[in-house]
Design a protein around this ligand. Structure first.
Ligand code: IMP
Length: 426
């Protein structure tokens, strides 16, 4: 079901992550030639249900479940090699052939155990609610020009000198942060040697592979992780992740020019969720939030943390349409709202008594905004069997129409369940 209008399509999360990108990419990857992860790392958790089997992918592109798709971990990803290979082994054990169709950019930076120690130690002070996977410290090292790249690990003993200085620095930082744990050089050297050898046959200039595929008119999917509101520039800073989760990050992180991209699909839940700290203006609270969480199985795929739940926030999605240049929307989990008699939708904000139509940059303002709700009638029946727009009850279609109007981008897909076939192409 590849989006036929596009040859190089970016799929991004248009809220705070966990929108169901994994399922969308899996569905679209059925006829894709190349699927590329371009940012983030093991903080992501993309869940894909195939028949009665569930796969949770953290670093490997969701396209891996389609045998014809070549999968790439691009230069913009921070790769945790230990968990990456654990994921490869798990897929192979589940009968998914990975060898020969998975490549890793030699420019990608690696996340090492000391990054995780630093993440966990910093978190005690900063309280962002990170996943603890070392993502922030690895990107800090990258931007600070002291990162360790896949190219260093595969050089054999090349990483040794680098690691000596990195571990010294990490231990000084850990002491400064008041942590009692220390990074162990011998452990890092062993890991670098063992996993460097395993990475060697997979590592290549993946930007060149993506470039050639685009040039030759093959179908390329660029798979984003997290969501626009967690973007380092455009998200609810400082409660964000450390990468460019918006579509602009796709070109950089896949190693191609922006003109190669010809479509951007934003995935949105029919409501809103967020894991970790920071503002969530339409957060529901109380028993109703518990109901939404239980119905939507809103627990983190990576950390198991309960997700905070809120109603659809059109100010967020409108903003997301703008900063991502979305050409279409995929609305997921519409079926989760099946039992609600009335469904509030946040159409705009009020700030200190004034209308506020644009998403504020300052989290202090965001904490103070009051959503303005419009209450739409629910459909109170199961959508699980709907396969065409015409199968949806009038209230569900009206709900989608209203979301589309408020968001300002056309809805292209609607997902009504976890299974591959539970999707409507609009
Ligand atoms: P980090 O990416 O682990 O540094 O976490 C920073 C923020 O991003 C925290 O609020 C996390 O909960 C959130 N986050 C990171 N990855 C994901 C994801 O895949 N889905 C949803 N939230 C995420």
């Amino acid at each position: 079901m590849f989006d036929r209008k596009h040859n190089c399509l970016v799929v991004v999360g248009a809220q705070w992550g966990d929108e169901g990108k994994g399922k969308l990419v899996d569905v679209l990857a059925e006829s894709a030639d190349l699927v590329v992860r371009y940012q983030g790392g093991a903080n992501a958790g993309h869940t894909v249900v195939v028949g009665d089997r569930q796969f949770v992918l953290h670093q490997i592109p969701s396209g891996i479940l389609h045998p014809q798709a070549i999968c790439i971990v691009g230069n913009g990803v921070v790769l945790d090699p230990e968990t990456f290979f654990a994921e490869c082994d798990q897929l192979e054990a589940q009968g998914i052939a990975v060898a020969g169709r998975l490549f890793v950019s030699d420019r990608a930076h690696v996340v090492l155990p000391f990054h995780q120690l630093l993440d966990q130690a910093s978190e005690k002070q900063q309280q962002i609610g990170t996943t603890g996977r070392g993502i922030g410290p690895a990107y800090e090292d990258k931007i600070g020009r002291r990162g360790v790249r896949v190219a260093d690990l595969i050089r054999g003993t090349g990483a040794r000198d680098l690691l000596v200085t990195r571990i010294e620095r990490a231990n000084a930082l850990l002491a400064m942060l008041g942590a009692t744990v220390r990074a162990d050089l011998a452990e890092h050297l062993e890991l670098a040697e063992r996993l460097g050898a395993r990475l060697r046959p997979l590592a290549t200039d993946t930007g060149l592979l993506v470039h050639r595929a685009v040039r030759d008119g093959r179908r390329v999917l660029l798979e984003g992780a997290q969501g626009a509101l967690l973007d380092i520039d455009h998200g609810t800073y400082p409660f964000v992740t450390s990468s460019s989760t918006t579509a602009g990050g796709a070109a950089i992180g896949a190693g191609i020019g922006p003109t190669a991209i010809d479509g951007v699909l934003g995935v949105v839940k029919a409501y809103t969720t967020r894991v970790g700290n920071g503002p969530l203006p339409t957060e529901v609270g109380g028993e109703l939030e518990g109901r939404l969480r239980a119905l939507g199985h809103e627990f983190g795929a990576t950390t198991g943390r309960p997700r905070r739940c809120g109603w659809f926030d059109a100010t967020v999605v409108r903003y997301s349409v703008r900063v991502n240049g979305l050409t279409g929307l995929a609305v997921t989990k519409l079926d989760v709202l099946d039992t609600f008699a009335e469904i509030p939708v946040g159409v705009s904000y009020q700030l200190d008594g004034d209308d506020c139509h644009e998403f504020p940059s300052d989290v202090e303002l965001l904490e103070r905004v009051q959503p303005v709700y419009e209450v739409l009638p629910g459909w109170e029946c199961s959508l699980a069997g709907a396969r065409r727009l015409a199968d949806l009850p009038a209230q569900a279609r009206a709900y989608l129409d209203r979301l589309q109007d408020l968001a300002g981008a056309p809805i292209r897909y609607v997902s009504v369940g976890t299974r591959r076939d539970q999707i409507i192409e609009v």
